[in-house]
Design a protein around this ligand. Sequence first.
Ligand code: LR7
Ligand code: MN
Length: 576
Amino acid sequence: MLLSLGRKSRYLRLITLALVLLSVLYLLFSYDRKDKDSVRKAPLVYTEKPKLVQGLGNFEPQETQPREGPGERGEAHHLRQDQSNAADQSEAEYGMNVACSDEISLDRSIVDTRLPECKHWAYPERLPTTSVIIVFHNEGFSVLMRTVHSVLNRSPPQFLQEILLVDDFSDKESLKGKLEDYIGRFDGKVRLIRNNQREGLIRTRSRGAKEAVGEVIVFLDAHCEVNTNWLPPLLAPIALDSTTMTVPIIDGIDHKTFQYRPVYSDSHHYRGIFEWGMLYKENEVPSKELSTREHHSEPYKSPTHAGGLFAINREYFLHLGGYDPGLLVWGGENFELSFKIWQCGGAILWVPCSRVGHVYRSFMPYNFGDLAKKNRGPLITRNYKRVVETWFDESYKAHFYAREPMAEYLDMGDISEQLALKDRLKCKSFEWFMENVAYDVLEKYPVLPVNLKVGELRSVAASKCLDTQGQAPPSLMAVQHCHGFGNNQLMRLNAKGQLGVGERCIEADSQGVKLTFCRLGTADGPWVYDDNSYTLLHRVHRKCMALHPQTMHLSLMPCDINNAYQQWLFKKIKPK
Ligand code: LR7
Ligand code: MN
């Protein structure tokens, strides 16, 4: 009896122990599973009221009393009349009114431009740590620092590991000791490193990525203001899948008044595409893309991005080789990264609930240093050529060269490393990308017919050349001294009658010969060139392009093949 009791109690103890063990294991296991599920299956949970959901956080800030002062609430700030010299001077120096910025608080409030439903999203409580990388070359001190302040003020501190400032060899006094002293107040949260020669923004960003310590890197231009709760919506999709890159919606900050303005006045969604000269374009998101989502404010896929502002897992970025180190200074790196991501198995999402303001400058205030002493144009085209030659299939390359004929003559350097990377990562074809991701590009920018003629278009009578005069369309075309550099005088006549210059088209009506926006979705035009009579016939008006002998005004006149003022020669441009 005693013995059996003792045995019983041993059994009981054993069973209890087993039960305790099992429940501990269960708890551990289910905790782990719940935690993972909360990230895997429900990274974003929409709640009727902004509130906490188990394992998820709603990072909306407390509403605060609006502050008063210049530029508060993102309003325009106007300098006094007697400050106009300072304003003009800083605009000439920086491409933006830094004198105006200097009077606005670095902590100013801005308008919340998000869709109202953005306040309702809850994100995983645990998100990757982040390094915000800001590269800069000769930026205005207050503009740069407002970028930093906005990040510190509007990011959950637990996710913001550091802000890494990378100076691309600036020579402005305000960006030396004063900058170092100033960031001292942030207790190491803001770090500064400097290039010891000018590298250009692309290589400078790659350096920042290598030096950063966060799991995710977020790039910002040095003249931005991040908006309310901008960071968690960028991090959540990356936490879910580290091969996803996320892009905020970019609002505008006026370069004269620093007014913060929402980029879209409607609530439609747009995404990044390109035309065949590799100019960046945006297009309304095809409905098929949106229909996979439940809420209007959810992220959606985009073929490409503008370049400056995005978040990506740091190791993934480095696994993709960062940016092609052969890309110089400015331009094309946005496409390189986009094509690389999509073709090599990743994805790009645009995130409506993340908004960041960016100052669009009136002009580019810096030169390209030693990397392009005279002329930036060819350097940017050269970058495009590297990207096209690396990522386009053979059949697509022709469209780029049709749109940008001078690219053929540019030395793009060695791309064998890039091709090897593409091979190593077993990346898909450009055709796959065009059919599955960028399927809206061809609707807007159809493939280009071959060029029948390329060169300057010279009047036989006046020996002057057709010239856009750097005007934006719609504007009248003119003739100017033939300079032989191409650019505003480089005309292309394609096999379907379109006369193009850069991304623009040449049309004519009763007022004269005009520079116009090419009709989206078309690549044809009205012009027929006759190799025997040298006339340029407008098929629709049944008249010929003519130059007025005295006024030099361009117009359509009844065709007269013997009139030298209606005779035009396409003269090839030699690369310089
Ligand atoms: O040599 C340089 N070294 C630098 O460090 C030249 C520039 N920079 C810095 C500069 O100080 C700035 O912080 O690099 C950053 C970007 O240069 P910007 O502001 O002159 O470029 P951008 O705004 O005119 O151009 C857009 O395209 C560039 C192409 O290479 C970059 O990708 C920019 O980041 C990009 N900006 C955006 O995408 C913001 C939205 C604008 C649009 C469309
Ligand atoms: Mn910029």
